[in-house]
Design a protein around this ligand. Structure first.
Ligand SMILES: Nc1ncnc2c1ncn2[C@@H]1O[C@H](COP(=O)(O)OP(=O)(O)OP(=O)(O)O)[C@@H](O)[C@H]1O
Ligand SMILES: [Mg+2]
Length: 263
């Protein structure tokens, strides 16, 4: 994936030849890498927000650019995004209810308002929010963590197969980070939703992912099971990431059945 132009001498190859396939069964894939390594570019390609300058993005074996109307609509519903800054996606003049209702209406997933609200209640609860505390409010009346979880509930309400979350917790404080990651983790186990989790943070990747993909300089330099990647990193960049991980914070209760990182 290149940006800029050769003629103006601004050509930037943000993503070299990469090949990444998501498993068909529910799983969490973490993409880890430093700033500028191409993580967001990768997610934008997968979300169809950007067309690759070379190569292709396939969904269910079909090239995104070749999907017909109905297949594209299905892809749009089944692959949902959760972004870093939960504030930027809300319109401050409307109650959050609207952000939750509109997608359901757009995709025609619920027929009546009651049905839509029932679905919204379910999804808010699935991410650990009490509907009574969240609905009827304006975005600024909610905490950052609540806003982020509403975004996850919104994505979930469309019954997606995949949620692509680009740095979903980097703007919230450490205690909320754990809660939000736990909500995302539970989507896999309880709702059979796959997650592409993009982060700088190897520790959280290790804690929730089934597979870690390490990016460096627009390339995938390593991928594998978290245990293997952490304990026996093959690439020099991964080794430097592992050695930079701070020791685990025992005050954070992840509520997840996972081991701590080795010291
Ligand atoms: N629209 C664009 N035009 C020009 N260059 C771009 C554009 N988008 C990204 N880039 C460049 O592509 C490279 C990869 O960027 P990308 O946003 O994918 O990195 P990232 O891994 O998501 O980084 P971060 O962790 O900071 O979010 C960077 O060098 C960036 O400057
Ligand atoms: Mg990014």
């Amino acid at each position: 994936m290149a940006f800029g132009s050769k003629r103006a001498n601004t050509l930037k190859l943000a993503l070299h030849e990469v090949s990444l396939a998501l498993p068909t069964e529910p799983a969490i894939t973490a993409i880890v890498g430093e700033s500028g390594s191409g993580k967001t570019t990768m997610t934008r390609l997968m979300l169809g927000l950007q067309a690759p300058t070379q190569g292709s993005v396939l969904y269910d074996g079909q090239d995104l650019s070749q999907l017909d109307r109905s297949a594209f609509a299905r892809y749009r519903r089944e692959v949902q995004a959760v972004f870093q800054d939960p504030y930027s996606v809300y319109n401050p003049f409307y109650k959050v209810d609207r952000s939750l209702l509109l997608p359901l209406q757009r995709f025609g997933l619920t027929k009546t308002r009651d049905e839509a609200y029932a679905r919204i209640h379910q999804c808010l609860e699935a991410v650990g929010l009490r509907p009574g505390d969240t609905l009827g409010r304006y975005p600024h009346q909610l905490s950052g963590g609540q806003r982020q979880r509403i975004m996850i509930a919104r994505a979930l309400s469309l019954r997606p197969r995949v949620i692509v979350a680009d740095e979903p917790v980097s703007m919230v404080d450490a205690s909320l980070r754990a809660t939000i990651l736990e909500s995302l983790y539970r989507l896999k186990t309880e709702q059979q939703v796959s997650l592409l989790y993009v982060t700088h943070d190897l520790t959280t990747a290790y804690q929730i992912a089934d597979r870690i993909v390490v990016m460096f300089n627009g390339e995938i330099v390593e991928e594998g099971e978290p245990e293997r990647v952490i304990h026996a990193p093959r690439h020099a960049y991964t080794r430097s990431l592992v050695s930079a991980v701070p020791p685990p914070d025992p005050t954070i209760d992840w509520g997840l059945d996972v081991e701590e990182l080795p010291a």
